[in-house]
Design a protein around this ligand. Structure first.
Ligand SMILES: [Zn+2]
Length: 439
């Protein structure tokens, strides 16, 4: 069998070799940062860090992690190159209001293209594929451009439709006959609905697979979550989940086995940290903390993504020996400690999405009189007469072993809670916890 040039040998190497390989790259990255990054040179100096003493991945724990607030407050100090070397400017939404700018050099764009070429290859892609891009390529985003460049590098075809416009999407599928779509999973549901409403024979279309971005598709046991199931029950195409962010400039993409996003050791180091920024053992989930490798414009060292995941290190049937990243189980700051169980809102959403008589909902967390987290589900229903509180609680007990408080509201009341003035994305989670009682 011919191995694709975008299936690098390091991804098939023993784990000790991958670690050594990463450590040599880490050394170069540290030298680069101390010479070119104002933020990191300052961080090393203030914390008396001798970068020559950071030789192993385990040594990284001696360097304080970088937070989203650092990126926002000291944005300029992260940029390692003169302005004339910057080609592409990208922004991400900051946590404190203003967006954070990312500067990409020519070499960074090549790195990004390479990342996508190896990621699409991992997701069973080949030069014979044609991808229909259902995400935007402009608007200061990284992803759409990265996909285009990666597909081009891999030698496959691409048709750039952009997001939305179901009619235009189907027209393109009919004309170009792409084999694959790149889309946000909830948008796939929308185009299925559109096809059904307009009698489009989508089951016999050319689409065989979808590279899914932005939303998780799987539960922690890798079975499809409600969203993933809703898509495949209607439209039996193969779904590949991916996880990526602008800060990482790297994707974790599933192979055909669908058991976690594969790590690309050439591009990024990943650590999993607990609440005190200490590494967690492999059996526990931790905050994904990344160090970019080979980035020129705005490299990051121990950047805390805020996403909590499990990791898996057993070799995969696809031939890769790299670590696999499980689905994001939640945001670090949304962790709920409830009756001895640690929960994240997405696990609650998944249950609520599965109860057909609940039409919409908002999950509220607050601090109760004994100072612990309490969960109150505001559930809306179109048929309030037949509300079955016990049924709902049973669903929760079956999945999570605990049942939250439930308050029934009308559909309209929930709608108003989800869309207070000037919000476009529905609010599903309200955190009313007394922060002084948490550390
Ligand atoms: Zn695999």
């Amino acid at each position: 069998m011919m191995v694709s040039s975008y299936f690098p040998e390091i991804e098939r190497s023993p784990s000790e070799e991958i670690k050594k390989f990463q450590e040599s790259k880490l050394h170069q990255q540290l030298l680069y940062l101390s010479a070119n990054s104002k933020f990191y040179a300052d961080l090393f100096e203030r914390n008396k860090i001798n970068i020559n003493s950071i030789n192993f991945i385990e040594d990284l724990v001696h360097i304080p992690p970088t937070t989203k607030e650092d990126l926002q407050q000291r944005n300029e100090e992260f940029i390692c190159v003169p302005k004339q070397s910057i080609i592409d400017y990208i922004t991400t939404s900051g946590t404190l209001g203003d967006p954070v700018t990312f500067a990409m050099t020519d070499k960074d764009l090549d790195r990004l293209a390479y990342n996508e070429a190896i990621s699409f290859t991992c997701a069973d892609g080949s030069p014979s594929d044609i991808y229909q891009l259902m995400t935007t390529i402009d608007r200061r985003f990284m992803a759409g451009l990265a996909y285009f460049m990666g597909i081009r590098l891999m030698g496959a075809g691409v048709v750039r439709v952009g997001n939305g416009m179901p009619e235009f999407q189907w027209d393109t599928i009919r004309r170009i006959n792409p084999s694959s779509i790149i889309a946000v999973p909830s948008f796939i549901l929308k185009i299925i609905e559109y096809a059904e409403a307009n009698k489009i024979d989508y089951l016999n279309s050319s689409i065989r697979k979808a590279v899914c971005i932005g939303e998780p598709l799987r539960n922690t046991d890798f079975s499809l979550n409600t969203l993933g199931r809703r898509i495949t029950e209607k439209w039996p195409i193969k779904l590949y989940s991916t996880y990526a962010s602008t800060e990482m400039g790297t994707s974790f993409t599933e192979c055909g086995q669908g058991i976690g996003g594969h790590h690309h050791p050439e591009l990024i180091i990943v650590e999993f940290l607990d609440e005190n920024d200490q590494p967690v053992p492999e059996s526990e989930c931790g905050e994904v903390t990344i160090t970019t490798l080979g980035v020129e414009g705005m490299p990051l060292l121990r950047f805390k993504t805020g996403d909590v995941c499990f990791r898996y290190t057993a070799p995969c049937k696809c031939g890769r020996t790299t670590m696999r990243l499980g689905p994001v189980i939640g945001r670090k700051n949304q962790m709920i400690k409830y009756k001895g169980t640690t929960l994240y809102p997405p696990s609650l959403y998944d249950i609520l999405d599965n109860i057909d008589f609940i039409s919409n909902y908002v999950v509220e967390v607050f601090t109760n009189e004994i100072g612990t987290d309490e969960i109150l589900i505001h559930a809306g229903s179109k048929t309030p007469i037949f509300i079955k509180e016990k049924d709902i609680k049973d669903h929760f007990r079956a999945k999570l072993r605990v049942a939250p408080l439930i308050k029934f509201e009308t559909d309209e009341t929930i709608q108003r809670m989800q869309f207070p003035e000037s919000t476009r994305k529905p609010i599903k989670f309200i955190d009313n916890r007394d922060k002084s009682k948490h550390n």
